[in-house]
Design a protein around this ligand. Structure first.
Ligand code: DLZ
Length: 163
C-alpha cells in the first residue's frame, strides 16, 4: 500500500512491547541530511518513548545510502539487538537512483539472513524532495518512527520465538 494511505507515525500503542533493556544501533546516511537527520530524530524519540535508554542507542553516520549495508554489518558485529538503517534516495536524471536502491535493498536483505538480528530498512526512495519531506516528519509522518517500532517488534518476536 502506498505511504499516502498510511501515516508512518501512526500505530497502535498497545501493540508495541516494552523496549526497556533493548540495545539498538542506528546507521544514518549523510546524503540528504536534512531528511535523514529528521528520520534519526524520529527513531531516537520513538525508541525512548517505548523505554530504550539513551546509553542503549548507538548512532553512527555513513556517507550515503549505498554505504548503509557495510555500516549496518559493522554495527551488527557490536552487541546490539537490532540495527536501523536510515537513508533517503531521491530520483535524479541518471539511473544512479536505481543502482543505489537495488544495492541497499539487496544488501540489507542479505544482512537480515546472515545475522540473526533484525536489520531494519528505513530508507526513503522518492521522486521528489517534497515527497521525502512529507515522510520525514511532514504530512505522511516520519519513517524513522516506523523503523523504530519495527525494530522493537522484531526484537521482541525473536525473543519470544527463542524462549
Ligand atoms: C551518488 C549519490 C546520488 C547521486 N544520490 C544519492 C541519494 O539520493 N541519496 C543517497 O543517500 N546517496 C546518494 N548518492 C551517494 C551514494 O549513496 C554513495 O554514497 C556514493 O555512490 C559513494 O559510494
Amino acid at each position: 500500500m502506498a505511504t499516502k494511505y498510511k501515516n508512518l507515525s501512526s500505530y497502535n500503542e498497545n501493540s508495541v512491547p516494552n523496549a526497556a533493556g533493548m540495545k539498538i544501533g542506528i546507521v544514518v546516511a549523510e546524503w540528504n541530511d536534512k531528511i535523514t537527520f529528521s528520520l534519526r530524530d524520529g527513531a531516537v524519540q520513538t525508541l525512548a518513548k517505548h523505554g530504550v535508554i539513551e546509553d542503549d542507542i548507538l548512532v553512527v553516520t555513513v556517507p550515503g545510502t549505498f554505504e548503509l549495508t557495510l555500516g549496518a554489518q559493522l554495527m551488527a558485529e557490536k552487541e546490539v539487538d537490532a540495527v536501523i538503517c536510515l537513508g533517503c534516495v531521491i530520483q535524479g536524471e541518471t539511473p544512479h537512483f536505481d543502482y543505489i536502491c537495488q544495492g541497499v535493498t539487496q544488501g540489507i536483505t542479505q544482512l537480515n539472513m546472515n545475522y540473526n538480528i533484525p536489520i531494519v530498512f528505513g530508507v526513503l526512495t522518492t521522486n521528489t524532495l517534497e515527497q521525502a519531506q512529507d515522510r520525514s516528519g511532514g504530512k505522511h509522518g516520519n519513517k524513522g518512527d516506523e523503523a523504530a517500532i519495527t525494530a522493537i517488534k522484531m526484537v521482541q518476536l525473536k525473543r519470544d520465538l527463542e524462549a
